[in-house]
Design a protein around this ligand. Structure first.
Ligand code: COA
Length: 332
């Protein structure tokens, strides 16, 4: 039997049209455009319209990913949706997306690893495809973080934004590398570092908004991201210098800069779009990857490194070789 490889063949993303600038916060909070830009790298973020939910964003991103893969929803075997902000408690947002897309053959489920969600979902997708359990998957990260914010807390409100990104992952006997090593981690002892105290079964009278120990999160993120990427690079025998593009979770530009400098990666090898979107949690990596692909920053054969850290705490990294065109050409 031929070895099955998992490969990305399409990407898409969607951001709500309403832009909220740093000055919009400075108008009512004790903060400023310069503080936010210097300490986080964020200039503006997108905010979902009233009535616009996580599934609405996900559907738009998924349609674009299918289009770029030259596939239709009927070709899809499964939908994996990474989100910490589902439309409703249940059923899963993935099922709502499946119905809206008309992906009638697809199984569907949500996965929650907060900001690491997309890397977690890609790891599951790779396993499903390489074991032959599914041939074609939609992997989506979609979040409406704006509904979980305490708008009066300057330490968190300014950081987050809404958006969605999606990729199509296919099985291939043609490509030689595709998705390489992926590794995940978690340390639930730090669950309080970033959390939303309400909305689940541990009932509380507290508001359902994000609480975060920013400084601790920052330090742990830098340390853990470095350890995680070095682990997957070592597993695949790839040196940091061989990485064509790092696509990190976009939480703070200073976290990204610290990681890039530890890996000795120059700015042209690091994808940054936090200035326009803020932290969109599970959506940030697929949105950044889609912009990198559409912006001509990813070429056939390139090594692309994904890495994320988030609430849980959770983290994960994955190395892939971009072989989308080769796989599309070889379809029978
Ligand atoms: N505007 C102005 N001042 C602010 C501010 C804001 N929006 N937010 C915080 N400050 C203040 C603090 O109150 C503090 O004031 P004090 O010294 O009088 O107490 C001062 O700025 C420094 O705060 P500190 O928390 O040390 O700032 P920082 O440089 O660590 O930046 C974060 C704060 C939240 C931006 C940063 O810690 C961060 O990005 N952390 C990681 C976030 C992350 O990765 N989260 C998600 C993971 S998915």
């Amino acid at each position: 039997m031929k070895t099955l490889r998992a490969v990305i063949t399409g990407t898409g993303s969607y951001a709500p049209s309403r832009i909220m600038t740093n000055d919009d916060f400075a108008a009512y909070l004790d903060t400023s455009d310069s503080w936010i830009r210097e300490r986080t790298g964020i200039r503006e973020r997108r905010i979902a319209a009233e009535g616009e939910a996580t599934s609405d964003l996900a559907v738009e991103a998924a349609k674009k990913a299918l289009e770029s893969a030259d596939l239709t929803a009927a070709d899809i075997d499964g939908i994996l949706l990474a989100t910490a902000t589902p439309d409703i408690a249940f059923p899963s947002t993935a099922c709502l997306v499946q119905a809206r897309l008309g992906a009638t053959r697809a199984f569907a489920f949500d996965l929650n690893a907060v900001c690491s969600g997309f890397v977690y979902a890609m790891t599951v997708a790779k396993s499903l495809v390489e074991t032959g359990a599914a041939r074609r998957l939609l992997v989506i990260g979609s979040e409406v973080m704006s509904r979980s914010l305490d708008w009066k807390d300057r330490g968190t409100a300014i950081l987050f934004g809404d958006g969605a990104g999606a990729v199509v992952v296919e099985s291939s006997t043609t490509v030689s590398r595709g998705l390489g090593s992926f590794r995940l981690g978690a340390d639930g002892r730090h669950w309080e570092m970033i959390h939303v105290p309400a909305g689940g079964t541990r009932l509380t009278k507290e508001a359902a908004t994000i609480r975060m120990k920013g400084g601790e999160t920052f330090k742990m993120a830098v340390r853990q991201l470095q350890e995680s990427v070095l682990e997957v690079l070592a597993l695949d025998g790839v040196s940091p210098a061989e990485v064509a593009l790092l696509v990190p979770h976009q939480a703070n530009v200073r976290i990204i800069d610290a990681l890039a400098s530890r890996l000795a990666l120059p700015p042209e090898k690091v994808m940054v779009n936090i200035d326009r979107y803020g932290n969109t949690s599970a959506a940030s990596i697929p949105v950044a990857l889609d912009e990198a692909v559409r912006g001509g920053r990813v070429h056939e054969g390139d090594r692309v490194l994904l890495t994320a850290f988030g609430a849980g705490v959770t983290w994960g990294s994955g190395l892939l070789t971009w072989e989308a065109d080769l796989q599309k050409r070889s379809r029978t």
